[in-house]
Design a protein around this ligand. Structure first.
Ligand code: PMP
Length: 424
């Protein structure tokens, strides 16, 4: 008996984050990519208007990174960094990142991505207070609409509700609390209610990404940093998206004049050419673990691929490109153009409820009558990749190598699609 094909006939690979009946049979299979363009297995060419998941900052297919990976693999693919062992590439990258860090004199923890980095940062925050003799300081506060990856800590501190629900407990990791996005007073009230002696850390993205591209309200980050300082709460900046140039400075901490205690990074450190992430750690946190003596505590972080030598070599090549080609300054220029063009879009199109720009990162909120998913589908048909984000938003975050003309063409395509959708 013949059977009608169903979603069960999809490939063995389980797609990430997906409502499967909505994507199976409609997957866009990417075969190769060069610069800002993706090529699908069925021969289509697409402008990568999101830089993948906000990572392909130097663009795709850069030969210098491929060469760095090849050379490193032939010399030493990797050697782990547990206990007395380490590899020269991990040491070298640590030095370079320490030099770029917005935290003075940091130590650098390396692992495989943003979720890893968040897990380590939250554990280190709790470990810090325990070692200080204040074991009651365990609560991790984050913001509504936040995205911090999907490991246990990232899931628990998620501000995007759907990412936290369905695991049979209030929270995978206990003692996690969320506060409204731009509201300093709400954080102050939460601290007062819970008591500062129960709180380990406040974690925030400088510019919220997956939550819909929400740049900070003026003065917000500075004010929450001060609140954290005053209450002995570690201030953790999640720079997984913003790190390595996205906001026109190497880290968003510089742009907003912040001195965080911990900074998480991933994506832009390799522009996605190898899985790598990590945490920059301030001296007051690392110093006790580096003290001489039998009583010195250990922080038990680490995974097989922490400090992976090939990933580190690729990161070095990526940073070379970023610096040599002036791409951080270019991201700042592109932000200006994006700002101008999105303001025009908002003025032209009644279906645009709001636009926001924070760095070379844009969010376009469309009115309820139009679905962001339909807009991104129509954009794909025109050869442009955007992505629907929480809150009926479109993501705009192309590679830093994007030309002015390409960016204008992308925003024009959004204008065109919205005009069509307005006609119904
Ligand atoms: N933090 C932020 C701010 C992110 O945007 C992401 C990923 N989009 C993560 C953490 C998790 O990173 P990864 O997917 O590499 O685990």
């Amino acid at each position: 008996m013949s059977r009608t094909p169903t979603v069960l006939d999809g490939p063995a690979l389980w797609p990430a984050q997906a409502h499967l009946p909505s994507v199976l049979g409609r997957q866009i299979v990417i075969d190769r990519a060069a610069g800002s363009y993706l090529h699908t297995v069925d021969g289509r060419r697409l402008f990568d208007g999101t830089a993948g998941l906000w990572y392909a900052n130097i663009g795709h297919g850069h030969p210098a990174l491929a060469e760095a990976a090849r050379e490193q693999m032939l010399r030493l693919e990797t050697y782990h960094v547990f206990s007395r062992f380490v590899n020269d590439q991990a040491i070298a990258l640590g030095e370079r990142l320490a030099g770029l860090s917005p935290i003075a004199d940091p130590k650098v923890i390396l692992n495989s991505g943003g979720s890893d980095a968040i897990d380590v940062a939250c554990k280190l925050a709790r470990r810090h207070w325990q070692r200080e003799g204040r074991p009651g300081k365990t609560v991790v506060i984050s913001r509504e609409h936040a995205y911090h990856g999907l490991h246990a800590f990232g899931t628990s501190i998620a501000g995007i509700e759907v990412n936290r629900e369905g695991y049979g407990t209030e929270s995978l990791v206990p003692e996690t609390v969320r506060v409204p996005v731009h509201d300093v007073d709400a954080l102050a009230k939460t601290i007062a209610e819970l008591g500062a002696d129960t709180i380990a850390a406040f974690v925030t993205e400088p510019v919220q990404g997956t939550g819909g591209v929400n740049p900070p309200a003026p003065g917000y980050l500075e004010a929450v940093q001060e609140l954290c300082r005053d209450n002995d709460i570690l201030f953790v900046l999640d720079e997984v998206i913003t790190g390595f140039g996205r906001t026109g400075t190497m880290f968003a901490a510089e742009r907003y004049g912040l001195q965080p205690d911990l900074v998480t990074f991933a994506k832009g450190v390799t522009s996605g050419y190898a899985p790598l992430g990590g945490v920059l750690v301030a001296p007051r946190i690392w110093e006790p673990f580096y003290a001489d003596g039998a009583d010195t505590p250990a922080f038990r972080y680490g995974a097989t691929y922490s400090g992976h030598a090939t990933a580190c070599a690729v990161a070095q090549a990526n940073l070379d490109v970023l610096e040599r080609d002036g791409l951080v300054a270019r991201a700042a220029e592109l932000e200006q153009l994006l700002d101008t063009r999105l303001a025009q879009l908002a003025a032209n199109r009644p279906s645009v409820a709001e636009v926001r720009v924070g760095g070379f990162l844009g969010g376009v909120t469309v009115v309820d009558e139009i679905r962001a998913e339909d807009v991104t589908d129509a954009l794909l048909d025109l050869g442009f990749v955007s992505r629907p984000l929480r809150g009926n938003n479109l993501q705009i975050s192309p590679p830093f190598i994007t030309t002015d003309d390409e960016l204008v063409a992308f925003v024009d395509a959004i204008d065109h699609v919205l005009a069509e959708q307005e006609r119904g």
